[in-house]
Design a protein around this ligand. Structure first.
Ligand SMILES: Nc1ncnc2c1ncn2[C@@H]1O[C@H](COP(=O)(O)OP(=O)(O)OP(=O)(O)O)[C@@H](O)[C@H]1O
Ligand code: SF4
Ligand SMILES: [Mg+2]
Length: 344
């Protein structure tokens, strides 16, 4: 089957593709100014702006980028928790936007999200046992014996002691809460998991345990992951492929090793160079990195105000041409970059 990754790109897609995202867009509209609601003034946030990628079965795609670049929005769009402005999401050969409600419900059980916020995902008024029971029976009507058997199986899968079943989320450590969250997601037997910062707010040693758990589960259950994170080291460790997002767009995508050690986009290069020995490990905390301000209008390449290559080349007009925003283009085997002057 021919596969269009972006308007300018055509690649062959393998039959084992589980998720295909094509030209996905999500624009949020905000009222601006004190009397804006009266004057109907709106500013637009192109949180996801023409994003395309695909994911194969049992593969992990890491999605990285600074705070506010649109990562969580991509995840929510895939699950149709929010409606896209435009674009296509094909899961297991089915166009998610054309599904009827009953079909969507069925497909939803196959794709699940581990949410960024550890606490928001678990109902504080429910014991672990009830949280899991609710998840197990959400799509299936099962008898008492089967539910209990499945609860035991899930607790084993995430390495949690059965004694924790009687606890409320507040009575658990951060790592245990995350494990319950993962068990809850596994309860519906998904094929694709969107893991949104699954290790945030956890100690480094617990982070490693969660990552190892996710890898073991992938092996055991044949799961595919979209792994969203600020932490470049973790992304490099767990991902087969990595996509780098900047202000709503993917600017580079390729095999994890290539992205980390031979990046072609100046932004990717700066991201991974910030991983100095004993230095800053995440993007967002670095001094020179900031939360995006979609309110500032940038013409041409969105990265040009911060791009060293742009400066070094004497501000070439290609980079600021509003008609010529760089598009994701294949530059090597499974390697894509959106830059007029990629690093070689
Ligand atoms: N429901 C919403 N309404 C309006 N704007 C939104 C909404 N959700 C997200 N945004 C905006 O869209 C942009 C992308 O947000 P998103 O949460 O996807 O970023 P992110 O990359 O996940 O950031 P972080 O790393 O901090 O989690 C931000 O500017 C955010 O303020
Ligand atoms: S297109 Fe120009 S400004 Fe944008 S990343 Fe490439 S060199 Fe930098
Ligand atoms: Mg997020």
């Amino acid at each position: 089957m021919r596969h269009r990754l972006a308007p300018a790109i055509t690649v062959y897609i393998m039959s084992d593709t589980i998720l295909d995202v094509v030209n996905l867009k999500k624009y949020f509209y905000h009222s601006t100014g004190l009397f804006s609601s009266l004057k109907k003034e709106k500013s637009v946030i192109p949180a996801v702006d023409d994003v395309s990628f695909y994911l194969k079965e049992k593969e992990t795609l890491g999605l990285v980028g600074e705070s506010g670049c649109g990562k969580t929005t991509v995840g929510k769009l895939i699950l149709r928790l929010i409606e896209p402005t435009d674009g296509k999401i094909v899961f297991n050969g089915m166009d998610m936007r054309n599904l009827r409600k009953s079909e969507l419900r069925k497909v939803r059980s196959q794709m699940q999200m581990i949410f960024q916020d550890l606490d928001a995902a678990l109902n504080p008024r429910m014991k672990v046992k009830d949280i899991l029971k609710e998840a197990i029976t959400v799509y299936e009507d099962l008898d008492y014996y089967t539910v209990n058997k499945r609860i035991t199986e899930l607790m084993n899968q995430v390495n949690l002691k059965k004694s924790k079943l009687g606890n409320y989320p507040d009575e658990l450590s951060g790592g245990e809460k995350r494990r319950v969250g993962i068990a809850r997601v596994l309860a519906v037997k998904p094929r694709l998991i969107i893991a949104d910062e699954p290790t945030s707010a956890l100690d480094v040693s617990i982070q490693a345990q969660v990552i190892n758990l996710l890898r073991d589960l992938q092996e055991e259950l044949g799961l595919s992951y979209l792994f969203i994170s600020h932490d470049l080291r973790l992304v490099e460790l767990i991902s087969d492929k990595v996509a780098v997002m900047y202000m709503g767009r993917i600017v580079e995508m390729g095999l994890s090793d290539r992205i980390a050690h031979k990046p072609m986009h100046p932004y990717t290069n700066v991201l991974w160079s910030s991983l100095t020995e004993g230095g800053e490990k995440t993007i967002s905390r670095g001094l020179s990195w900031q939360v995006f301000d979609f309110g500032q209008s940038v013409t041409g390449c969105r990265f040009h105000p911060r791009c060293e290559v742009f400066k070094a080349r004497g501000n070439p007009k290609e980079c600021t041409d509003p008609q010529n925003e760089p598009k994701l283009t294949e530059t090597g085997t499974s390697h894509y970059v959106a830059c007029h002057f990629p690093l070689l």
